[in-house]
Write a protein that binds this ligand. Sequence first.
Ligand code: ADP
Ligand code: MG
Length: 327
Amino acid sequence: MTASEFEIIRRWFTPAGPGRADVIAGVGDDAALLAVPAGHELVVCMDTLVAGIHFPDDTPAAAIGHKALAVNLSDLAAMGAEPAWATLSVTLPESDTAWLEHFSRGFFQLAERYRVQLVGGDMSRGPLAVTVQAHGFVPAGRAVRRRGARPGDLVCVTGTLGDAGLALQLALPGDTPLRLRLDYPEPRIAAGMALRDHATAMIDVSDGLLADLGHLLETDGLGAALHVDELPRSSGFLAALETAGPGCTTLDPELPLGAGDDYEVCFCLPEDSLANAEAARAALSCPMTVVGVVEAQPGIRCYREDGSRYLPSACGYQHFTDTDGPD
Ligand code: ADP
Ligand code: MG
């Protein structure tokens, strides 16, 4: 390790304060030494953000720090896990102190809100990319998986869909509410934990509802009917569409169905629905909307308010295909 790497880790990546009791050794040893609480399972995930692919080149450093952690916390949320620790690998073209200052602030502000302790990482020189691994706990046997949905289950989503996609599509500037949604996604941690008592299956919406619900249903060979006019859209989304003019009306419901980066969770509630939906709604700290129903026949079929079929053109972002774009 060169002196400058050492300095960077000491100044920007060593957490302040006493830290969590379950961290026996964190940043500064050869590896982190961590204690998983008795009766719990460890939930681990990792996501990489590459400049120009996972975030636009003009994204502020603080947003990159926030988002690198947020997308991982979103995966923990989708398992019903409580976040605990993170490791962080940063690849930087040069050691730019202003960039590091803002990046580190964005990362730690989110980490502190969810009591996540940074316990280690790595630094290298190269094109800008950030990888975070996040760790959380669930009481043994209580994680909510992608598999587990049953025909008749209600398909639900938290919050609103399409905001981040519209910010990207319209190249909105950094201080607009939709662009803030793209740059500073809020992981649905409290909702994910509350849904341990209600959901049969769950996934976070990172690649778009159609793609991610498709992954969830695929695991059990199931399908769903989706009511596209019921998809929750924010007032900011509707206002931005109106401002953008008639050429943009086709983005609705395309973006709520197909755009990624909103980091809401999509989940299934068991049949006997209304009572279950009300119980889940009361347990959640955020809005939820019923958008469809699980069916035995594989595939997702979309319907408009008047009952007619709707054929979406979007199917979510995938790497390594010619036609689409990030994970
Ligand atoms: P080694 O050469 O033994 O792999 P490193 O020099 O890579 O050790 O790292 C020294 C310590 O600093 C380790 O505890 C490592 O986890 C931590 N570390 C390195 N980079 C980061 C980072 N970006 N964020 C947090 N901790 C880091
Ligand atoms: Mg190392």
